[in-house]
Design a binder for this molecule. Structure first.
Ligand SMILES: [Zn+2]
Length: 220
């Protein structure tokens, strides 16, 4: 038996997010949605994020365009353009603790995730940085991801699972996956495993949780 936290990235999506919300509600599960600014900026996208928040899910920032991982973007305006702009779109949807999840492109957790400038921006603007420790690859294997997720979950104390509320990803297997979690006796929580929160309210509280930045910081 282990602890499990679910997160849904890269939405909101008009076709998929409502289904994800229904499934979570049916199972009485609270999760987090890390939204892409450009999607949350549409009236439909904003309304979906609003609905998720009203259900009790947490809404976090997942960059504005989700095109280039911040660790690979040398443009000095990138952190403001990607993180700041999304936060402005989110407005009242933001949690009091501003949740930000970077991305590494395909789940990579290494120097690609944050540039030194982006890391500084996250600190200066008081964000809480939320990473992950379980990426079962729902977007590239819409049928096979639950088996991988369940194996990883069984192998560690507390998994923060990254899924995606986008077409062709987790949605068709989500209901069965949550049923399996329950059947296997896992506890589903909304809060994050401490090891996945290296920065809280702009303060680096767990430098060891950012070992993946090491190579880059060494270079700086
Ligand atoms: Zn993402």
């Amino acid at each position: 038996m282990a602890k499990v936290t679910l997160s849904f990235d890269n939405g909101p999506d008009p076709k998929v997010t409502p289904k994800v919300l229904e499934i979570l509600a049916r199972h009485d599960v609270l999760a987090s949605f890390f939204v892409i600014g450009v999607k949350a900026a549409t009236p439909q996208g904003y309304a979906l994020a609003e609905r998720a928040k009203a259900c009790g899910h947490w809404i976090g920032n997942h960059t504005y365009t989700h095109e280039t991982p911040l660790g690979l973007d040398d443009d000095p305006s990138a952190p403001e353009r990607e993180i700041g702009a999304t936060q402005r779109v989110m407005g009242a949807l933001s949690e009091t603790e501003r949740l930000f999840r970077p991305f590494g492109g395909g789940g990579h957790l290494d120097a690609r995730v944050l540039s030194p400038a982006a890391l500084q921006y996250v600190q200066d603007n008081g964000y809480t940085c939320v990473t992950w420790n379980c990426v079962p690859g729902d977007w590239k294997d819409a049928d096979g991801w639950p088996a991988r997720a369940l194996a990883e979950i069984a192998a560690q104390d507390w998994s923060l699972v990254v899924l995606h509320d986008i077409p062709g990803a987790c949605v068709d297997r989500l209901d069965g996956f949550i049923a399996s979690l329950r059947k296997q006796g896992h506890e589903i929580a909304q809060d994050f495993p401490p090891g996945c929160v290296p920065i809280e309210n702009g303060k680096v509280i767990r430098p060891e949780g950012m070992a993946w930045l090491g190579e880059q910081r060494g270079k700086a």
